[in-house]
Write a protein that binds this ligand. Structure first.
Ligand SMILES: [Zn+2]
Length: 555
């Protein structure tokens, strides 16, 4: 009897357990297959030339509503890197939004030598379109050279073009490439003596009324004022001394020290263009992004819109003053305020919880090499002109030809293909001869033939990054890598472009609808952002995406 009772209890327990498991798995199945609610608006924020450590170095000086709000309430990917070279603005913006690298999207630099037409082209210039909002050629731009779709394009296809895409940046390429091929509009800033937001006939026949109103207002001009530090400069203990020998500065002012009278300096610094190299360029961008949310009614209906905003000014400030300058610190403390203003505006206009934001960069930047050298850290400068001359002497001696090298750009050497044919020279032989020659030159640390990029599949190290940046149709015949902390640049200010951590390690913050709070040190790549956004939207990935959705950020 006792045994029977036991058996019955065990059997009942077994049955209940099975039922519970079935119920659980039923709930789970239902949950996983339920169409998720989508955010009303995706806001992509790219900060041009933002190092990861700007989040931590200036953390204690940030307000609670900007970077800190995203870091503390959102998800912080602390080990996020570019996975290709060169780390420049145009490939950076294209890779963030297409989820792939230059070998697929084709944006191999800001400018590159076009082998088919034998001339250097700019990533977004397009003679087949006209400027809108200016009589200048600054508007003759489109994303046509980018070969793949962005997640914003996929959202347009998915929503039958009902979800909008708007791209905004001071730099044309920072607005145009993220917004993709199907954008409703991309707007960029025309400085000089105009100081206005412009576009091209690729997007529209005329500027919408809200843009005309913005340009007609005094808002942009109001920033031609004094630039002094936001807080007492004595409290800026996270950057170097204001007066030092590693900074450029503005024309018309001897010392690169605060304060800067922008109204007085503007005539010697290309008029309104001076604003680009100050934190006010970010404020103008935030002002215009907020106006766009109203003007385009973004995030108002059931079809998700995409607003791609890029803050270009930190790049201009970094190039001019270097990453350790008081000017950079002030630029980030002020950008933090503009970010707070933008997030508060989104709360008010779209509603907290109705939008998803990511924040990243298009590349980071190096500490000024002359500063590193002063601290005995190996660093230096590469003389591109001397390199070209030395190589040309070698080519003459070795092949008895003057013009076999057609172009050197973005650390790549382009050979004259028709000359090779004419001289009956084998491409492989010439590529290899150059590699063996230049590897002996000062500051060249590595060199590879274009052929090796096509024939080998690299899975780690700098070789993988070069291969990801190597586009067979567009890239050169020999690729070289400079020593760490060696740049081809002037002695003041910072630059970028390499495969080293100082250029590849950038912030990646997610915040808002569909995002949980947390952080990771797991390595993530810039190409993961677009598939992550696609996953949040439940839409197809950009057509050549190679990144992976970052599942651990999902709520
Ligand atoms: Zn730059």
């Amino acid at each position: 009897m006792k045994n029977l009772t036991c058996s019955v209890i065990i059997t009942l327990l077994f049955v209940f357990t099975i039922q519970a498991q079935q119920q659980n798995s039923k709930n789970k199945t239902n949950k996983d297959n339920t169409i998720q609610t989508q955010p009303k608006l995706i806001v992509g924020i790219v900060v041009d030339q933002m190092r990861y450590d700007y989040l931590t170095r200036f953390y204690n000086k940030y307000s609670n509503g900007g970077f800190k709000r995203m870091m503390d309430e959102g998800f912080n990917c602390k080990n996020n890197h570019f996975n290709y070279v060169p780390t420049y603005t145009a490939p950076g913006h294209a890779s963030v939004y297409t989820g792939t690298t230059p070998n697929y999207h084709g944006i191999i630099g800001n400018n590159w030598y076009d082998k088919e037409i034998n001339k250097t082209v700019y990533c977004t210039d397009d003679d087949s379109v006209q400027s809108i909002g200016t009589t200048d050629d600054a508007g003759k731009m489109s994303p046509t050279r980018m070969k793949t779709t962005t997640f914003a394009d996929e959202n347009r296809l998915y929503t039958q073009l009902r979800g909008k895409t708007i791209g905004i940046a001071l730099k044309d390429r920072g607005a145009i490439l993220p917004a993709g091929h199907t954008a409703n509009a991309a707007y960029w800033f025309h400085g000089a003596d105009e100081g206005r937001w412009i576009s091209s006939t690729f997007y529209m026949k005329q500027l919408p009324q809200w843009v005309q109103n913005f340009n007609a207002s005094n808002q942009i001009k109001s920033y031609l004022k004094e630039w002094n530090t936001l807080y007492d400069i004595a409290t800026y203990t996270e950057s170097g001394p204001d007066a030092n020998t590693f900074e450029g500065g503005f024309n018309g002012k001897d010392a690169a020290t605060f304060p800067y009278d922008l109204m007085a300096l503007k005539d010697k610094n290309s008029g309104f263009d001076i604003l680009k190299a100050t934190p006010y360029g970010n404020s103008i961008t935030a002002d215009f992004a907020l106006a766009a949310i109203d003007g385009e009614a973004l995030g108002k209906d059931e079809f998700t819109d995409v607003l791609a905003v890029s803050f270009s000014s930190p790049d201009y400030v970094g190039h001019n003053f270097g990453v350790n300058s008081k000017e950079i610190q002030d630029t980030y403390l002020r950008l933090d305020k503009d970010l707070e203003r933008l997030l508060n505006g989104l709360d008010a206009k779209v509603g907290k919880g109705n939008y998803t934001v990511f924040l990243t960069a298009d590349h980071a930047a190096i500490e000024v090499p002359s500063y590193l050298k002063s601290l005995n850290i190996p660093a230096g400068y590469f003389d591109g002109r001397a390199f070209k001359e030395k190589l040309s002497v070698f080519m003459k001696a070795r092949f008895n030809a003057e013009d076999l090298v057609e172009n050197i750009s973005n650390n790549q050497i382009f050979l004259n293909r028709s000359k090779l044919l004419e001289m009956d020279l084998k491409l492989d032989d010439v590529q290899e001869a150059i590699v063996n020659e230049i590897i002996a030159y000062d500051h060249i640390d590595k060199a590879y033939t274009g052929m090796s990029m096509i024939q080998t599949s690299f899975t780690k190290g700098v070789e993988e990054l070069i291969q990801n940046g190597y586009n067979q149709k567009r890239s050169g015949d020999v690729i070289y890598v400079l020593d760490p902390a060696v740049i081809s640049y002037g002695l003041t200010g910072s630059t970028h472009g390499s495969s080293f951590n100082y250029d590849t390690h950038v912030p990646l913050l997610f915040y808002g609808h569909g995002i949980k709070q947390g952080h990771t040190y797991k390595k993530t790549h810039i190409t993961d952002i677009a598939p992550t956004m696609s996953a949040i939207l439940g839409i197809g990935f950009p057509n050549a995406a190679t990144g992976q959705p970052l599942e651990f950020v999902f709520d």
